[in-house]
Design a protein. Structure first.
Length: 166
């Protein structure tokens, strides 16, 4: 039943599309015969829409009330769909903004961690250099102390040697 009804509606829509194209073609031909641009013809068609809906058609091509109700329901549904779509777009925009904000917060935190790591590395490098300088100073002091001790020992030996040789 549903498939049959769907096929009927599909055929009706196809027929309406054909008639719509034919009426546009005829309107353009008559417009061209009158020396009117196709855009002007379509503009006139749009301006006649209100007359058609209000029942003031020049050639009594007015829409019957049941069709007008159906069109109104369709327009209302379109408006509701547009509102729902607009709300979805706003909701998605808010979600995107929140995601961007979270990403920026994460990026700032990562930058702060990176800066702290860099400071820690610089501090460690500085401490290592200080330790190297202190070790070098200790080595130098030890070498100087050893040299002084060697000089003292040499003087003692030289003094003892002098004493013994005299």
């Amino acid at each position: 039943v549903f498939k049959l009804r769907y096929e009927e509606l599909d055929a009706m829509l196809a027929q309406m599309a054909i008639y719509n194209s034919l009426w546009k073609e005829i309107a353009e031909r008559y417009g061209k015969a009158l020396g009117k641009d196709p855009q002007l013809v379509f503009h006139e068609m749009d301006s006649l829409r209100d007359a058609l809906f209000s029942g003031q058609s020049e050639f009594d091509n007015n829409l019957d009330p049941s069709l007008l109700n159906s069109i109104q329901r369709h327009a209302d549904n379109e408006q509701i769909r547009d509102q729902i779509l607009e709300e979805e777009v706003k909701k998605q925009a808010r979600a995107d903004a929140k995601l961007r904000e979270e990403h920026l917060a994460y990026q700032r935190a990562a930058d702060e961690r990176s800066a702290l790591k860099e400071k820690a590395c610089l501090r460690a490098e500085s401490e290592r250099r200080v330790e190297e300088q202190e070790a070098e100073a200790r080595k130098k002091a030890y070498a100087e102390a050893k040299e002084k001790e060697a000089l003292r020992a040499e003087r003692k030996w030289f003094g003892l040697h002098k004493f013994l040789n005299s």
